[in-house]
Write a protein that binds this ligand. Structure first.
Ligand code: PMP
Length: 401
């Protein structure tokens, strides 16, 4: 009988080959101390974090920490149950109230992760005979949610409005349709042309879900996301989000104005059949969400830092994923796996952590992904730029003249 692990042999060989070349292992880095949202200690050395989703620097916010400590002391370490049984505490209700207020929507449903929120929505809302129409570069949680459900799946070319329209026209009359979009696409850091896409989807009579995981906190006047910035708030049926990025904790959610939304609490299996978030986590999340609404200065600073880093890396000759800084994610393209790993190692030696992302997780690209935090100081951003230049020389990465 075959060893069931044999199918992974090419991956094992690739990984072992990389490690045998003496480079550092980008997938098992251990942060020994976290000094702040932008600084950590690895192997006894301080590094600048430029590859977290801590966009708004909320992980060490004093009000957030205090709310968590209080809830831990008063409500204990965990809920030991599902949201629909014993796992809804006062804190979960407060967290949902904070989300309703933040998004100015009627309904909010908190899941244990954003991954599960997408699994829950995609698998429950579209059933046999319905269609889910999604961007080809959608996040794995959207694809996995589709795989869990029974709807027919139609993909359109990434951010291509005409292709979305064409595919919507081919759907049989009378079928239910959910169009799934993302505000910011997390690998390359580009944003969706939501105004045009939402118009096309509405014209076809589809319902629309937008995953704003990487946009919450700093897009739009209230920080709601790209859908707010694009002025399509009234046309979007569901917004999916996560606490694991700007909110600075862990958890996921869906918000909606649909009058029948609450039935999802009974039919979304990733909501029903798993334990709810610990009291400290929902308390931290609610405190963070309440503050994000008023974080105008942080939003402005994050944009300034993102634009400056993008411009400087581009001027230094790096090849970037987008022409301009469209979000706080700045993706640096690498020519191949070996150079990518060399450059990642050189950056760590310089004291900069970024995400190394292989083509399996991107639209076929080798990327070193930078993501900025509102707490990065101007001096840190200058350091990041200088260290990128030195690392490129060490790694032998050719830069454009
Ligand atoms: N949607 C998108 C677009 C994401 O990038 C992610 C996480 N990277 C998720 C959903 C899942 O979020 P979580 O970490 O809360 O599971």
């Amino acid at each position: 009988m075959p060893d069931l692990f044999d199918k992974f042999q090419p991956l094992i060989d690739q990984y072992e080959g990389l490690m045998a070349s003496g480079l550092r292992d980008p997938f098992h880095l251990q942060m020994d101390e976290i000094l702040s949202p932008t600084r950590a200690v690895v192997n006894g050395r301080e590094i600048i974090l430029v590859g977290t989703y801590n966009y708004m620097g909320m992980t060490f916010d004093p009000d957030v920490i205090e709310a968590g400590q209080k809830a831990l002391a008063e409500f204990g370490a965990g809920t030991t149950g599902s949201r629909v049984l014993n796992g809804t505490f006062q804190g979960h209700a407060e967290c949902e109230a904070a989300l309703r207020d933040f998004y100015d929507m009627e309904h909010a449903m908190v899941f244990s992760t954003g991954y599960q929120a997408n699994l829950g929505l995609m698998s429950a809302i579209a059933g046999r005979g319905d269609y889910i129409v999604l961007d080809a570069d959608s996040h794995a949680s959207i694809y996995d949610g589709c795989a869990m459900g029974n709807a027919d799946i139609v993909r359109f070319k990434h951010n291509d409005v005409a292709d979305l329209e064409k595919r919507l026209k081919r759907i049989p009359d009378g079928a239910g349709v959910l169009v799934v979009l993302e505000g910011v696409y997390s690998m390359v850091g580009d944003i969706a042309p939501l105004k045009e896409m939402v118009a096309v989807a509405k014209a076809a009579g589809a319902m629309i879900a937008v995953d704003e995981a990487h946009a919450m906190g700093f897009f739009g006047e209230h920080g709601r996301g790209v859908f707010e910035q694009a002025g399509v708030e009234d046309d979007v049926d569901f917004v999916v989000g996560t606490f694991s990025k700007s909110v600075g904790t862990v958890g996921g959610f869906i918000v909606s104005n649909h009058p029948k939304f609450e039935v999802l609490r009974f039919v979304a299996r990733p909501y029903v059949y798993t334990a709810s978030l610990p009291p400290a986590v929902v308390a931290c999340s609610a405190a963070s969400i309440r503050k994000l609404k008023y974080a105008h200065n942080k939003r402005a600073h994050l944009w300034e830092a993102s634009r400056h880093l993008h411009k400087s890396l581009r001027e230094a000759g790096f090849t970037l994923g987008t022409e301009t800084a469209e979000s706080a994610i700045i993706a640096v393209k690498m020519p191949d796996q070996e150079t990518s790993a060399k450059m990642w190692t050189a950056l760590i030696e310089e004291g900069v952590y970024v995400n190394m992302v292989p083509p399996q997780a991107t639209p076929g690209l080798h990327l070193l992904r930078c993501s900025l935090c509102a707490d990065h100081t101007s001096a840190q951003v200058e350091e990041i730029i200088a260290r990128f230049k030195r690392a490129a020389a060490t790694a032998g990465l050719p830069l454009k003249a």
